[in-house]
Design a protein around this ligand. Structure first.
Ligand code: NAD
Length: 342
């Protein structure tokens, strides 16, 4: 905005920490500098810190603002290990697509934890996609069988391509099967597989479950798309789409015969996939294991090849702050950050 005054080049290049001004990292720069491996490390570290209680999320705010049908809110938290304090602000503006804009809009703001001063502004749309993909990838890394060969993807929306790419980094998958309620959208996933010379097949949901060693669900569905009976022993399922009260992707009965993990317990039982199983008393909240405990080796994770593991990835603010902080570091190192004084 007009309130942002560029710092002179001489000041910007001194590298004197807080003297540099506010660091701005644009959407375009985030896409250029931040890869899947960077997002994986950032998200894994912050899940670990959450389980050690050195990082915590603040209550989420989400409001219908009564204008433009918009849902606006923010997710915030503090990571004492990483010294990362801030918030992700944004929401959902359904009319944006007519304006050639993304309906989901996010901006991340980081503050200096020592002073509360504004430290950086980072475009949050691309980072949201890669931090969400990194979350299911972390779950696959720690919980899927090493010999997993077939990956199943349910959903073909904005997040799905990022999910597919990040999952493929984790195991030597030999085939991808996918389902979407609008099958024409699957071409995007087919193209990713073609680029990696991986066989791809569009299948029905029951076949997908019968073939897959790892399944990712990433839809905005409000009913179970997967039946408990369809899931074979040894499967790892990452439920990534349910992030709101009322949404659902899998049969709640699956929670009874799976070992259940999550990013954050409080969200899992209220707005995550586990909300249905908990309210139906199929499981209790203390049956759900923070994935950070597996990362920290305080929980063994998967203990047999027959075990079904389920990860309820609800999406927490600390993931956004973690990838944003990494993006700032990378942008500075690569000379891609802009500096402003307010
Ligand atoms: P999108 O709108 O681009 O895609 C939605 C997908 O769901 C499409 O494939 C659509 O065909 C499918 N779908 C919609 N209604 C369905 C139904 N009733 N049955 C089956 N499929 C249905 O959305 P997106 O950006 O790809 O996000 C997908 C989901 O993930 C959303 O629910 C979103 O809120 C959630 N999300 C979660 C996190 C997280 O951290 N866990 C982060 C971002 C998005």
């Amino acid at each position: 905005s007009s309130h942002l005054i560029p710092v002179t080049d001489s000041i910007a290049s001194t590298g004197l920490g807080k003297e540099k001004g506010v660091i701005v990292v644009s959407e375009a720069v985030c896409q250029q500098i931040m890869g899947r491996a960077d997002a994986f490390v950032a998200v894994q570290n912050v899940f670990s810190a959450m389980a050690r209680h050195t990082a915590y999320n603040f209550p989420v705010i989400r409001e219908a603002i009564g204008h433009a049908d918009a849902l606006y809110g923010f997710k915030s938290g503090f990571d004492r290990d990483g010294m990362v304090l801030g918030l992700k602000s944004g929401g959902y503006w359904p009319g944006n697509s007519e304006k050639q804009l993304t309906n989901h809009q996010s901006t991340i703001i980081l503050f200096d934890p020592d002073t509360g001063k504004l430290a950086s502004l980072i475009g949050g749309n691309y980072l949201t996609a890669i931090r969400t993909a990194a979350s299911s990838a972390v779950s696959i890394n720690h919980l899927a069988r090493k010999a997993s060969k077939t990956l199943g993807i349910i959903g073909a929306g904005h997040q799905s391509g990022y999910q597919l790419q990040a999952a493929l980094d984790q195991r030597s998958f030999e085939k991808v099967v996918a389902w979407n309620n609008d099958a024409s959208k699957l071409t995007k996933l087919a193209k990713i597989c073609e680029e990696r010379s991986l066989p791809f097949e569009s299948v029905n949901r029951e076949t997908l479950c019968a073939q897959s060693d790892v399944i990712i669900t990433i839809t905005s569905a409000f009913e179970a798309l997967i039946k408990q009976e369809w899931i074979k022993p040894g499967t790892h399922i990452a439920c990534m789409g349910t992030d709101t009260k009322g949404k659902q992707e899998v049969d709640a009965r699956l929670f009874s015969n799976a070992t259940v993990f999550t990013d954050e317990l409080a969200q899992s039982i209220t707005i995550g996939e586990a909300q249905h199983a908990v309210s139906a008393e199929l499981i209790q909240s203390n049956d759900i294991i923070p994935i950070g405990d597996v990362i920290n080796s305080t929980h063994p994770g998967r203990t047999s090849d027959k075990e079904i593991t389920l990860f309820d990835g609800t999406g927490v603010g600390l993931q956004d702050l973690a990838v944003a902080s990494a993006a700032v570091e990378l942008a500075e190192v690569q000379g891609q950050a802009n500096y402003f004084n307010l």
